[in-house]
Write a protein that binds this ligand. Structure first.
Ligand code: SF4
Ligand code: SF4
Length: 444
């Protein structure tokens, strides 16, 4: 089932300017009610239409770069719900990424020590931490030590976290699994039974450290579907967070490393289980790049990328036979639904699992407020958006939430933990990747 990838570099490089994209907007306002920031803040400048107006005004020389402009554009989650709603096909995500990249160096300096610290930490995490697996492992290990040694409990009891106004940030931190459960996969894992495909596995950066169970289950699901799973050495973070937050040059360094690490001609697909990463990897063609004189490489790479649910659905799912008794609400990750247009495949996979009962989740297509590092940069608004999601989950009556993006898994887990203080019934709700339920069926 080798992919036929015949895209030229010219195709990959084709891109329209931000100004041209902004002119596609006909100001109809159909995007307003799907925009989480507009719904919560109610101001036009925090809506897609308002942000497009501001960017266009800037490009026409009618709008200075001010702290207010920065705030309105910074508050965007780049969830891309507005793209799905837009009848004119305005490509809002790429426009926002380009605008942030252009203006980031000239952003006004933060005025408080907290925002200065937040900005410095954010930059350090993006540039120094995410692309360095050994550093990331060390930081995650320290977080684990903090959580299990009693220091966390002491910091909470003593009031230190409250005094430093770090309670909300600390509550976001995921429970870290022991090091023995966070091992990278071997370079090659053979298919269980007859080989049907050979896939290149994209590990990602944070996900295998913070949600290792999703990675292990995804690889098992692939092997049960006859896939040989190769994890190429030398791969790195996909750069999604860098591109979203205006660190374009840093993102391109990562893109180039991944283009060198993966040769899609060597496999049937590049498979990824994180919606946010998959969405960016599929955009490598738009971002474009020549490596070692090969101008078609980015296009070839992007054309080979598949979300794991999309890949297994296309391959033809090996019927799962084991029962998984659970009432499962499926939550749509923004970068799967809006970024990649994938909604039916993961739900078809869940529906194929014996004894699993899908339950409708109100507003399943709305953002959970995770959006990369948004929940760290804008904790108050992210918490409000998350609270809506938790209310919907509580209404659904589900005992399990399935969602195909590690960031969403962590965000919803954190919201349920906090909400369970007032409503203990929520404490028993599991949040998992759909592949965990599929793998459980194959192995039960
Ligand atoms: S990307 Fe999301 S948050 Fe940003 S303007 Fe569009 S709908 Fe609103
Ligand atoms: S839906 Fe599209 S065309 Fe209408 S206001 Fe929003 S961005 Fe503009």
């Amino acid at each position: 089932m080798l992919l036929s990838v015949e895209t030229s570099s010219t195709d990959a490089a084709v891109g329209r300017s931000r100004y041209d994209i902004a002119r596609d907007c006909v100001h109809c306002g159909l995007c307003l009610q799907v925009c989480p920031t507009y719904v919560h803040l109610g101001s036009e400048a925090d809506s897609p239409r308002g942000r497009i107006y501001l960017m266009r005004a800037h490009d026409e020389g009618r709008q200075e770069v001010t702290a207010a402009l920065r705030e309105h554009l910074d508050l965007c989650l780049v969830c891309r719900a507005c793209e799905t709603a837009c009848p004119s096909g305005v490509q809002f995500g790429s426009m926002m990424e380009e605008f942030r990249a252009q203006l980031r160096p000239s952003w006004p300096a933060p005025t408080t020590w907290r925002s200065r610290l937040q900005r410095a930490l954010g930059r350090w995490a993006l540039v120094q931490l995410l692309p360095q697996p050994s550093r990331l492992r060390m930081v995650v290990g320290l977080l684990r030590a903090y959580q299990v040694s009693g220091v966390a409990a002491l910091a909470r009891r003593s009031g230190l976290l409250r005094a430093l106004r770090l309670e909300a940030t600390e509550a976001l931190a995921p429970r870290v699994a022991p090091a023995s459960k966070r091992r990278p996969p071997p370079p090659l894992l053979l298919a269980h039974g007859r080989r049907r495909a050979r896939v290149l596995w994209l590990r990602g950066c944070v996900a295998p450290e913070l949600v290792p169970e999703a990675q292990d289950a995804s690889i098992e699901a692939l092997r049960h579907n006859g896939c040989e799973v190769v994890t190429p050495p030398g791969q790195t973070c996909c750069g999604a967070l860098h591109f979203h937050t205006g660190f374009h040059a840093e993102g391109m360094v990562l893109l180039e490393r991944n283009l060198r690490a993966f040769d899609p001609r060597d496999a049937d697909a590049i498979v990824v289980n994180a919606a946010g990463c998959g969405s960016t990897l599929k955009e490598y063609a738009r971002l474009g790049h020549d490596v070692d004189g090969d101008t078609a490489q980015a296009a070839r790479f992007a054309a080979a990328v598949r979300d794991i649910s999309e890949f297994l659905d296309d391959l033809g799912l090996e019927p799962p036979r084991g029962s998984v008794r659970a009432r499962v609400a499926y939550d749509e990750p923004c970068h799967l639904l809006h970024g990649q247009g994938i909604s039916a495949a993961p739900q078809r996979i869940l529906g194929a699992i014996p004894a699993l009962t899908p339950v409708p989740l109100p507003h399943a297509d709305r953002c959970c407020g995770s959006a990369g590092i948004y929940n760290v940069q804008h904790p108050v608004l992210a918490a409000e958006i998350l609270a809506d999601k938790i209310r919907c989950i509580a209404q659904s009556g589900a005992d399990t939430v399935a969602t195909g993006n590690p960031g969403c898994i962590l965000q919803i887990r954190s919201g349920l933990r906090r909400a369970a203080v007032a409503n203990p019934g929520l404490a028993g709700i599991r949040v998992v990747h759909p592949m965990q339920l599929l793998a459980a069926s194959y192995t039960s």
